[in-house]
Design a binder for this molecule. Sequence first.
Ligand code: DX5
Ligand code: ZN
Length: 557
Amino acid sequence: MYCLHRMMMIVMGFNMRYLDLRRKIRDVRMWAIQGIAEAGSGHPGASFSAAEIMGTLYFRRMRHDPSRPGWEERDYFINSKAHSAPGFYSTLAVAGYFPPEEVRTLRKLGSRLQGHPVMYSERQKNYSVPGVEYSGGSEGMGLSVGIGIALASKLDGKKNRVFVLIGDGESNEGQIWEASMAAGKFKLDNLVTILDRNRIQQDGFTEDIMPLDPTKDKWAAFNWQVFEVDGHRVEQIVDVLNKAAQVKDKPVMIIANTVKGNGVRHMANNPQWHGKAPPKRHTEVLLEELESECLIAPSIIAGERENYEDKIRKVEREGVDMIHIDVMDGRFVPNTTFFADKIKKLRPSTSLPFDAHLMIEKPLEQIQEYIDARCDIITVHAEVCTENEFREIQERLIANGISPGIAINPGTDVPEWLYRCLHDLDVVIVMSVNPGFAGQKFMPKVLPKMVEVNKKLREHGFKGYIEADGGIDATTLQQAYDAGARIFVAGNAVYGGGDIHGAVIQLRHKAAVALERRLLNHATQLNIRPDWMKARKHILIPYANELGIEEELHAVK
Ligand code: DX5
Ligand code: ZN
């Protein structure tokens, strides 16, 4: 099923690349927090819980055209939980409806971007924000509006689809349930409603204030087709939206389990941050945190060379971000693992993105097989590509919605031609061992190169991720992190011992320590260290010893 949905996505043209999608959503959070901090008010909690939902819709799923907001064929998005406005505006901006810098005018006098989005009448339409289809603020009404549009489309025989985002606090409103009955009655299969199930509303936790559970059963009882996903996993959102498109004669409810404030650790799952702005002086550090998001990608060739499905399942349970798949052909490297046919077989076992690292002599000749195997990221080696070959690979991957990557061995420098291909490059793997085998020792000599490569690539406009591959474990991760890596491949560290659970916890812990240290240093440079530590106290406590700040933290009141 999974493969089928991915295939359809490509056929239907929803081919935004995984890492590019993640990066855009990261940018959305970064713009939103700047707007909120500048304004001194706004809702970071709801903007962040819904960031992946809105991002996946706008950057990957919806038919829309930022240069023609009123395009007749467009899909509609109704942001019923309108207080997520900073996230919504930022999504529109990153999608291209207006320049993102405008988000900094949020809630200012004279700005189009007010606390709750407004859609003006035809006569005053110049005041409207391009892309906003609905004036929100009073909770509970957006679903009814969405139903109206969906009904009208059906009556007109049009293909437009309607996506409505509602909140769980908002679901206290009676109108939501009246609307729910109506959508069921009219069998609106062109309507998809997404519930941002972050379990927090204005004054506290939803289940204390007005319990919503069993949410799934309620919507099903109102004749909706109900799905449930992790609302921060874009791959799950993409898949469920594809499933939703297949549902007939029923409206679709997607319960997206989310965390309010997700992305900034001290804001996460804390009702205090429902509608509070961070102090403006924290902005730079917060931006750094959002930008420093890191991904863990276990390499399944490490450990026993069997039961790959089972190995994938084991790390999936640990909440890793991707599966790293090392393809070795026995020619480019002195070892053979498996090829595209095996990846194809593994594909249905998980919705986690496949990060395929092709250590093969002639990547261009075989690239189609790996595209067909539905990898999400495909990285080839610079040592075996000319500029033209890589350009062709890159083009084909992009046309198929796959993130392209390039890898360099410890002894290889970034080829000059790569600077001409950065625009659509999503990942650069800087190998920290000579490729060929899992379980080798990390080569610290690649660290200065990683720093240099990162710096130079960024200067030339590279927006993708640096991936560290080879010998990454709890002792080396932090060095690679400090050198600029944000994707960490870990083979032996995860599968080499008997304790996968402990290994992943350790890696995450080390990444968190590296992040907290970085943020603290930044706060120190900005002269806001005590203040930052105060805001961050409960997050810093578990790392205090490793950061050497126990006494200092204890003194923070
Ligand atoms: C090396 C591979 C790596 C490696 C990772 O040729 O590309 O992905 O197997 O395994 P560890 O983390 O054990 O080095
Ligand atoms: Zn690898």
